[in-house]
Design a protein around this ligand. Structure first.
Ligand code: DQA
Length: 144
């Protein structure tokens, strides 16, 4: 099985971007954590980031029938994009939404997510551990 881990805009800046909110780990660190977790469960994993919404939508479209599930941190597109939600639905894949920060204790514009209503589950506020938990949950589901 192959899992797809997708990251939206500005997550390439992790490590230097608002460390009080997002921590000191880089996206490369999180990618390594995800790869390690996947290999512990004998899963393949593709880890990607883009600042271009259309590119993210292309990747979601291409995952249909090819991947077993999607872990997505849509960044700010969480709160703005019907197109990403529609693409996730069209993929017919199970989706776990992840945010490093607890979006519910932040600005009110971060409280609404277009993705949560179609996701299997949402992890927020656990930092990079949320990615690990999401991958472990897919491993658990795929074993059952
Ligand atoms: C984020 C939360 C979003 O509100 C924000 O726009 C991000 C990162 C998180 O991981 O906590 O870019 O998705």
């Amino acid at each position: 099985h192959t899992l797809l881990v997708l990251n939206g805009p500005n997550l390439n800046m992790l490590g230097t971007r608002e460390p009080a909110t997002y921590g000191h780990e880089t996206l490369a660190d999180i990618g390594q954590l995800c790869q390690r977790t996947a290999s512990q469960h004998e899963l393949k994993l593709e880890f990607r980031q883009t600042n271009h919404e259309g590119e993210l939508i292309d990747w979601i479209n291409q995952a249909r029938g090819r991947c077993a599930g999607i872990v997505i941190n849509p960044g700010a597109w969480t709160h703005t994009s019907v197109a990403i939600r529609d693409a996730l639905v069209a993929s017919e894949l199970p989706v776990i939404e992840v945010h490093l920060s607890n979006v519910h204790k932040r600005e009110t514009f971060r409280h609404h997510s277009f993705v949560s209503g179609i996701a299997l589950g949402v992890l927020c506020g656990f930092g990079s551990h949320g990615y690990r938990l999401a991958i472990e949950h897919f491993a658990h589901l795929l074993k059952a």
